[in-house]
Design a protein around this ligand. Structure first.
Ligand code: ADP
Ligand code: ZN
Ligand code: ZN
Length: 743
């Protein structure tokens, strides 16, 4: 029986740990919920003040005699802070974390007045880049750097002194790593970023027929009380952004506010400018480059209603607008919408819940919707709106698929197939631009045959095995292991091994084969500087280079009308990442990459080079056939019981002592089995993590699959209960609902 409530009376971040327990009077039994504002007696004089209910509990925690009683529910109604507390409670319940962790995610950090600015160290690499670098550092035995990077991978921002002592390194190590743009040491408030220096003149595009229909359909649905999220599935260049702006204008006209989420990587000047042009100073932007204090300032402007539109990545979702009317999530399929830190919330689901609390609408958009979103749309949980054509009837690009096995057979060992080479030559002669895309996403040391394209997979999980030092190939889902091979089991060829190729090698190859070509390279190395990214994109759009070469970062939403050829050098790389989303990611990357070609007057050509042209993700991407891909992928997910058909809960377990870890992991497995008496869930593992050991911490993963979200949530809550047991004392355990990357 929940007779007590934890109440917080001061909602500034430093005081979040100070929640007080109050007794719930009988009259309020069953009426209180997290986020509600209540009147409570406080201090020696029992002065009446108001506070927010954080959670309800059956335990007093200390002498029940001394506990004071809640006086009543506040008459002020649900304030924005209350909504956010309620959202935090939902995050806690849905993703598994403490209430404090959830509150810290949701509430803006208040700057302490007069506090000396402390030094912080922040990771500048993405999770994937970090993991890749981690493996390299380990191989080169650069252990000091390895420890620092591993610590930052666990928590991307550290207090300077604490990081030094935790990793047992000297400050020279940090300085060197800063020089290499792996991390940044922040000591003073960075330059305030608000409006861009020069505000361009307003510009208005007339919506075309289809854009107008979609906009009207959405608005009419809202008018009629249809509260379902809208999913706009529009091919690349179909004019989705213009639709967002039209919807936003409508929201503002009604005196409401809007949040516009975009993936960090697409948060470019080019994108933001379109919104400034239309909405001017009502717009604010949240970057990861803002300091905590600056973020807080932006949030304050929003809370006071001085800005009406917040543009930003995932965390902009928590902008404290009190009249929130709409949340838009562009490129809804992007992995960066999933938090990699606890709580591991997904912005899409969280947006839907926040919208429910605020009475706001949710709009999702993508050329390649996530399996989750499309699945929901196909079941009628979301409203689906489709744009099949590009604006002004620009044709979708021509796509050719080149079989690299064939090229090898014909004696061509260069990175460029004869078709791609010939096309590049043509473009260079005509002075048109080329984008070359090296797919390195999800690289995890998969083993493939260069002669026949065969990839070695786990016999139990249908994900590729990863090659480990010491020569074993391992599955990171179930732990299956087999010795590495030096001959292809399918065709007998000796050209088999772990795949590796870098942007630098590609750049050298371009210059070798096309002397005089002006090449810009965009990858983690060239963009770690503050403005590296914008500089490269700017130079390319001004026509200062012929070839833009890069990793997945070049495929995101950029509009370069001069590009008439896109080459994808090795489409497979992401196909064999050791996780069940590999095909989806490959399809998305290929489709988005292809979408970069022919966005101007001249039509575009795309060349996809691959070792597995027959794979459905390559085939359907080449045809720009989303529906075809979705149906095939859904069959696979259904067969294997992966999301969105089933829910997947990952439990990450780490610890310094391998034996204790193994005992703890086995105990968790046993606990999960007990919770699963009825056999409604499927428990898999424990298996080693993708990186089995980080910073002397061994890592294991347990997967639990089930039909219903509630069952998995109950199972997770049950596991959380057992974590008090002694065998977990030395272990660190995290939950991840429907993970988007390996652990
Ligand atoms: P998406 O977001 O679907 O990729 P955008 O909204 O970025 O598409 O539009 C692609 C390009 O077409 C942009 O340069 C945009 O300015 C232009 N555009 C969009 N809608 C129209 C329109 N109705 N008339 C003319 N140009 C348009
Ligand atoms: Zn082979
Ligand atoms: Zn397996």
């Amino acid at each position: 029986m929940e007779q007590y409530a934890r109440v917080i009376v001061d909602i500034s971040l430093e005081k979040l740990d100070k929640a007080f327990t109050y007794r719930i009077p009988e009259a309020l039994f069953g009426r209180l919920e997290p986020g509600m504002q209540v009147e409570v007696p406080f201090g020696k004089g029992n002065r009446a003040i108001s506070g927010y209910v954080l959670e309800l509990t059956g335990e007093a925690g200390f002498d029940p005699e001394k506990i004071k009683e809640i006086q009543g529910i506040s008459k002020k109604g649900m304030q924005i802070e209350g909504q956010l507390v309620r959202l935090a409670a939902w995050i806690r319940r849905t993703y598994g974390c403490t209430m404090n962790q959830a509150l810290k995610t949701v509430l803006p950090v208040k700057r302490q007045v007069g506090e000396k600015q402390r030094r912080q160290v922040r990771l500048l690499l993405s999770r994937e880049e970090s993991q890749e670098l981690l493996v390299q550092l380990e191989q080169k035995s650069q252990l000091a750097r390895f420890r620092v990077l591993a610590a930052l991978l666990d928590k991307s921002c550290w207090e300077y002194g604490r990081l030094l002592s935790a990793c047992r390194v000297s400050k020279e190590v940090l300085l060197k790593m800063e020089e290499l743009h792996i991390l940044r040491i922040e000591q003073e408030t960075l330059v305030r970023t608000g409006l861009p220096k020069e505000l361009p003149s307003p510009r208005k595009i007339l919506l075309n027929e289809r854009q107008r229909q979609v906009t009207e359909e959405i608005l009419e649905g809202w008018e009629a009380g249809d509260e379902r999220p809208c999913l706009i599935h529009g091919v690349t260049g179909s004019g989705k952004t213009e639709i967002y702006m039209e919807l936003m204008a409508d929201t503002l006209r009604r005196g409401k506010e809007a949040i516009f989420l975009i993936p960090e990587i697409a948060l470019t000047y080019q994108m933001v400018r379109r919104f400034y042009q239309r909405f001017g100073a009502q717009v604010a932007v949240l970057h990861s480059r803002l300091s905590q204090g600056e973020r807080h300032d932006q949030f304050e402007l929003a809370r006071k209603g001085q800005i009406k539109v917040m543009i930003g990545p995932r965390s902009a979702l928590f902008t404290p607008f009190s009249r929130l009317g709409m949340i838009i999530i562009d490129e809804e399929h992007e992995n960066s919408y999933k938090s990699e830190m606890i709580p591991r919330y997904h912005a899409r689901e969280t947006a839907v819940y926040r919208a429910l609390l605020s009475g706001a609408h949710v709009v999702l958009g993508s050329a390649t919707p996530s399996m989750e979103a499309y699945y929901r749309a196909s079941r009628g949980e979301y409203r689906l709106l489709t744009l099949k054509e590009r604006v002004e009837k620009r044709p979708l690009p021509q796509v050719a698929v080149v079989d690299l096995r064939q090229e090898l057979r014909q004696g061509n060992r260069s990175m460029f197939s004869s078709l791609l080479r010939q096309q590049m030559k043509e473009r260079l002669t005509r002075g048109e631009q080329i984008m070359l895309f090296l797919n390195r996403r999800g690289f995890a040391g998969f083993v493939s045959c260069r002669t026949c394209g065969h990839v070695i997979k786990c016999p139990h999980c249908d994900v590729s095995l990863s090659l480990h030092r010491g020569g074993a190939m391992r599955c990171h889902y179930c732990g299956h292991e087999e010795p590495a091979v030096n001959q292809c089991p399918s065709c007998g060829s000796g050209y088999i091994g772990a795949f590796r190729a870098g942007t630098q090698q590609v750049e050298e190859a371009v210059l070798r084969e096309f002397p005089g070509a002006r090449v810009l390279r965009m990858d983690a190395d060239t963009t770690r500087n503050r403005d590296g990214y914008e500089k490269i994109l700017g130079a390319f759009s001004r026509g200062e280079a012929d070839v833009l070469l890069g990793t997945q970062m070049i495929v995101k939403g950029h509009d370069f009308p001069g590009v008439t050829l896109v080459g994808v050098l090795a489409a497979d790389l992401s196909l064999h990442a050791a996780d069940y989303r590999a095909a989806e990611r490959t399809f998305q990357l290929l489709t988005q990459a292809a979408g970069r070609a022919g966005r101007g007057e001249r039509p575009g050509q795309v060349v996809i080079q691959t070792y597995c042209p027959e794979h459905y993700s390559v085939e359907t991407a080449a045809r720009q056939d989303y529906e075809g891909f979705y149906q095939k992928e859904l069959l696979y997910r259904r067969l294997m019981g992966y999301p969105p058909v089933k829910e997947l809960l990952a439990v990450y377990i780490s610890g310094a002592d391998l034996e204790e870890l193994e005992i703890g992991a086995a105990a968790l497995r046993a606990a999960a089995d007990t919770l699963n008496e009825k056999g409604e869930l499927e428990v898999i593992g424990p298996a080693d993590g993708v990186i089995a050991k980080v910073q002397d911490q061994y890592r294991k993963v347990l997967y639990i699959k089930g039909e219903q979200e509630e069952l998995l949530e109950a199972c997770r809550a049950g596991l959380e209960q057992t974590l008090q047991a002694d065998c977990f004392a030395s272990l660190y355990i995290q939950f991840d609902k429907n993970p988007v990357s390996g652990y």
